[in-house]
Design a protein. Structure first.
Length: 241
């Protein structure tokens, strides 16, 4: 494989991660990998929910040799101003809930799967228009009760529609090491259509930072190389030994 991988999706103590920014920078250096911090951004106290909190976060991340990003909570209203979001090296968008229903709430029953799938794509498209995010996190992450059926639910027409959106709006599809999405089938179809990819651990704990085992195995299986990957434009400062 002709590229040096970067983990562009890492959470810190500024949202719901347990890893400090300094630890993230140290682990990345140890593993010889570039790292991007992308804390949750949306309403709610565990997220970056105000310009003031964003400012503190951005200043702290800027002191370290890591990329500065946020993971926009696409199913909800973003409460940090666009001018602040633009200062990031890149933006990630992720769907974690729809219409006030949380994908992580196992007590919710999602009976109308076709309309859920439509709403996921509509939300991605609407927010891609507004925020022009660079990476779609965990594409096809489903409500917890539906996850065992993800292959049947996502791989056909939904996958093709997702690929169409990625091409139209120019966002990369994240190959997640945490979630079992997207599938090799979607990655291969997306790659031959010219979509780019990014690799992400979605780490919330130190031992997950810069661990891209599933992402790299899939990238290899699907024959991806450096030209298929999104990379932030900014060069990271020389890492201090
Ligand atoms: Zn996410
Ligand atoms: Zn995340």
């Amino acid at each position: 494989m002709d590229f040096s991988p970067a983990d562009l999706h890492i959470h810190s103590t500024f949202s719901d991660g347990t890893t400090t920014l300094e630890q993230i920078a140290a682990i990345a250096r140890e593993r010889g990998m570039d790292a991007g911090v992308a804390d949750h951004c949306g309403p709610g106290s565990f997220q970056l929910d105000t310009d003031q909190r964003f400012e503190r976060y951005f200043e702290a991340v800027s002191r370290l040799p890591v990329y500065r990003s946020v993971e926009l909570d696409l199913g909800r209203e973003i409460t940090v101003s666009p001018g602040n979001l633009e200062r990031c090296d890149y933006l990630i968008g992720g769907v974690h809930s729809l219409d006030g229903r949380d994908f992580f709430d196992g007590s919710l029953d999602w009976e109308d799967v076709p309309s859920l799938l439509d709403r996921m794509l509509e939300t991605i498209e609407e927010k891609a228009r507004i925020f022009a995010f660079d990476i779609l996190a965990h594409p096809g992450l489903l409500p917890v009760n539906l996850r065992p059926r993800r292959g049947d639910i996502l791989d056909g027409r939904w996958g093709d529609r997702l690929i169409g959106l990625a091409l139209e709006h120019g966002f990369a599809l994240e190959i997640s090491s945490r979630w079992e999405v997207p599938s090799a089938g979607i990655i291969k179809r997306a790659a031959s259509a010219g979509v780019r990819f990014s690799l992400g651990s979605d780490a919330h704990r130190p031992e997950q930072v810069c661990r891209l085992d599933r992402s790299l195995a899939l990238a290899r299986e699907c024959g991806l190389d450096g030209a298929d990957l999104f990379r932030p434009a900014r060069q990271l400062a020389e890492k201090i030994a």
